[in-house]
Design a binder for this molecule. Structure first.
Ligand code: SAH
Length: 224
């Protein structure tokens, strides 16, 4: 007997992931739910992990880094309140899965990854999957995007002691930034709004857990 086609298995797994891990946990942005349902998450991890791609867990992506559980990706995407027209800066490309979700929800994503192997793999993967509205860079994203410019949205997908000043400076008026702030082992998701008059407003969302943002304005590599 032929095994069930992988596409079918993954389609059922994605429906279930969206229902149980996202809708039942309070994710209600219909665009976020739709792109999480259609995006093939198993293509963003190594083949040996493909069968776990739709489970409620973080997955290793190499170099000691992790792809966040589906709920966290959805929660951060929803927190950014995207209409489809925005240009987003993402710090921490990792596997490129969150990048792919954002690319379907906004106009253009600028993403930066510190580790060269991950940056290279994600760039090739996103190109192969046909994402033409993503610009990938390798470097220290805690210093912001290398060119001086503003972004309507910024997302940090690594835990930071405090949101780097260089990133706040690149947040446009009426812009939103979402980041996990806290210790190396546990953080709180915060949303920072830059108001039209330039003032900053902070809001605490919920507890979360990310690998550290390592860089000049993040954690030092070797610190405990
Ligand atoms: N969003 C990713 C997972 C993020 S894991 C995904 O969907 O797969 C956090 C990533 O941030 C890791 O790949 C890590 O190497 C990267 N990172 C840590 N510090 C960084 C920095 N200063 N600049 C850019 N990327 C950084």
């Amino acid at each position: 007997m032929k095994p069930p086609e992988h596409g079918m298995v993954s389609s059922r797994a994605r429906d279930r992931m969206v229902r149980e891990q996202l809708q039942d946990q309070g994710i209600d942005d219909l665009r976020v739910l739709a792109v999480m349902r259609e995006t093939l998450r198993h293509l963003f991890v190594e083949e040996a992990l493909a069968s776990r791609a739709y489970g409620d867990e973080n997955l290793p992506i190499g170099d000691g880094q992790t792809l966040s559980q589906p709920y966290t990706v959805a929660r951060m995407s929803q927190a950014l309140r995207l209409s489809g027209r925005e240009e987003i800066l993402e710090i921490g490309t990792g596997s490129g899965y969150q990048t792919a979700i954002l690319a379907k929800l906004c106009h253009k994503v600028y993403t930066i990854e510190r580790l060269p192997t991950l940056a290279d793999t994600a760039r090739k993967r996103l190109r192969r999957l046909g994402f033409h509205n993503v610009v990938c860079r390798q470097g220290d994203g805690s210093l912001g995007w290398p060119e001086e410019r503003l972004f309507e949205r910024i997302i940090i997908t690594a835990g930071t002691p405090i949101t780097p000043e260089s990133l706040l400076r690149q947040l446009a008026p009426n812009g939103l930034l979402v980041a996990p702030e806290g210790s190396r082992s546990a953080q709180t998701l915060v949303r920072i709004a830059r108001l039209a008059d330039g003032a900053i407003q902070r809001e605490t969302l919920e507890p979360c857990c990310f690998v550290p943002l390592v860089g000049a304005q993040g954690w030092q590599e070797a610190s405990p």
